[in-house]
Design a protein around this ligand. Structure first.
Ligand SMILES: [Zn+2]
Length: 497
């Protein structure tokens, strides 16, 4: 009998707000322990929570980005449990009435379960809750830092539509791209902004009933999720094939050992005693509030990629660059719209502009020459550029019309970048226009032929490649300005005569 995996993911994402969910404390990573705290997020008696409006907006915005319905009624419940990092002894969370429900995410995927190169995972809900503090265990004691307690945390629950480790990985990456693009979260994995619980069961192919659900908790990297599934799927299938009865349980991924091991079984399941928080009013978003949130919906990364490929005839790799570097893509679009050759515009921006901007930023930040650790993190702003965006098109046209060679264009680009002068002005000033005057080129060809008897003899003996060496000599004599096509023609004519 063949078995298949059924996987659902619960993804926790810290929202990009200035302050915490119920108080004015900073939502900041890396502060000294217990410096971003107050009576509210420390759970002291008698305090009252005030909801963070931006966190509510970001949750509903996520709903729109994930094609969800936005119910007109939502509320917060208390999920009761004791743990040293949860100072209130309960977590405020949207239990049975979440702010969003019934959406889906489409993503590029070619493995099993894909249709025409895409995968789709349905979203059960994206709801709002709060993060807990952080425990650190020392030799004989433990410390707790409540800076993270009360940070707005969104939980995105998927339907069990995922069937493989690769599909889970692609879904998570697509989700992360959407949330970063939408301005919902920075999704910085290294700062713990995204964590994932994996629910997995196996069943005979063709059956509908779900097997015993096994949960792998608190995964903090997508590659970890993929590796854990690559281990856990065959483990469960092997177990049921041997006649073992799997029971609902929670497991832990041991990244170093590359295995999962059991933490607890269902007998220890919590009763959280959910009940509506008496200090918080239910949420009933108005039309105007929803419209305002909806106006913040941006183009999804996948749609942007497809549109750039279609409208500007770009290869997938260029379009992806403009999706990942949103500012560069935004700079590209208006220029490309005015251009007959958007692909060439893309090349200049991706291959030349980005590196010059990075180099300049590094020089500005480190005039003494010592290099920063992360080179790519530094870039100057597009608004700081000295040249006008339309100069890129001017440069592309100078090349396409044959007025300057692509080699000369490299120098013109640099000059334009640092001086802000237009490419036409630079070409004029420096006399860089390509020489298409046959008289002048003939003279250079004669010189090259006279000075290079060996390649001439080779060419006449039938070595066609020898022509390139002569061409190179002519280009050198013309200081790179001779029209290469004309040079080739004239050389051939002279050598054959
Ligand atoms: Zn606080």
């Amino acid at each position: 009998m063949e078995y298949e995996a059924v996987i659902g993911l619960e993804t926790h994402v810290q929202l990009k707000t200035k302050s915490k969910m119920w108080c004015g404390c900073a939502n900041a990573f890396g502060s000294e322990p217990n410096t971003n705290v107050c009576p509210v997020c420390l759970g002291l008696p008698g305090v009252l929570p005030v909801p963070n409006d931006e966190a509510l907006r970001l949750t509903v915005l996520t709903g729109y980005l994930l094609n969800c319905e936005i119910p007109r009624f939502a509320k917060f419940d208390r999920k009761s449990y004791f743990y040293p990092d949860a100072p209130k002894n309960y977590q405020l969370t949207q239990y049975d009435k979440p702010s969003t429900a019934n959406g889906f995410v489409d993503f590029e995927f070619t493995g099993a379960g894909s249709v025409n190169g895409f995968g789709r995972v349905r979203i059960t809900r994206a709801h709002l809750e709060e993060d807990v503090g952080k425990l650190t265990h020392f030799d004989r004691t433990s410390g707790v830092d409540f800076n993270r307690a009360g940070v707005p945390l969104m939980e995105i629950v998927s339907e069990p539509d995922i069937t493989s480790a690769d599909m889970a990985y692609e879904y998570l990456n697509a989700l992360k791209d959407i949330l970063i693009h939408g301005g919902v979260s920075d999704c910085d994995m290294e700062k713990g902004m995204v964590r994932c619980d994996v629910n997995i069961s196996v069943r005979p192919v063709g059956t509908k009933e779900l097997g015993a659900k096994i949960e792998i908790k608190n995964m903090n990297s997508f590659s970890g999720v993929r590796r854990a599934l690559e281990y856990e799927i065959p483990r469960q299938i092997a177990a049921v094939k041997c006649g073992e009865k799997l029971i609902q349980s929670t497991r832990r991924w041991d990244d170093a050992a590359g295995i999962t091991d059991e933490m607890r079984t269902k007998e220890h399941a919590h009763d959280y005693r959910y009940f509506p928080d008496p200090d918080l009013m239910p949420l009933a978003p108005t039309d105007a509030w929803l419209a305002e949130v909806k106006s913040r919906v941006t183009e999804l990364p996948l749609a942007r990629k497809q549109r750039f490929m279609r409208e500007y005839q770009l290869p997938a790799s260029d379009a992806e660059t403009f999706v990942n570097d949103v500012a560069l893509g935004n700079y590209f679009e208006p220029i490309a719209k005015q251009s007959k050759n958007p692909k060439s515009v893309a090349n200049w921006l991706i291959n030349n502009l980005r590196s010059l901007m990075t180099i300049e930023a590094i020089h500005e930040a480190h005039p003494e020459g010592e290099l920063p650790v992360n080179l790519s993190a530094r870039q100057i702003e597009f608004s700081q550029l000295r040249f006008k965006p339309e100069f890129i098109n001017e440069l592309v046209e100078l090349v396409d019309s044959g007025k300057i060679s692509s080699k000369i264009a490299q120098d013109v680009f640099k000059e334009m970048y640092f001086s802000g002068k237009s490419p036409a002005a630079i070409v004029q000033e420096k006399g860089l226009a390509q020489v298409s005057d046959t008289g002048a080129i003939e003279k250079f060809c004669d010189e090259a032929i006279a000075a290079n008897p060996n390649p001439v003899a080779d060419y006449k003996a039938g070595k066609v490649a020898a022509l390139n060496s002569l061409k190179g000599q002519v280009m050198k004599l013309s200081k790179g300005k001779a029209n290469p096509a004309l040079v080739g023609e004239i050389l051939e004519r002279k050598l054959k005569s």
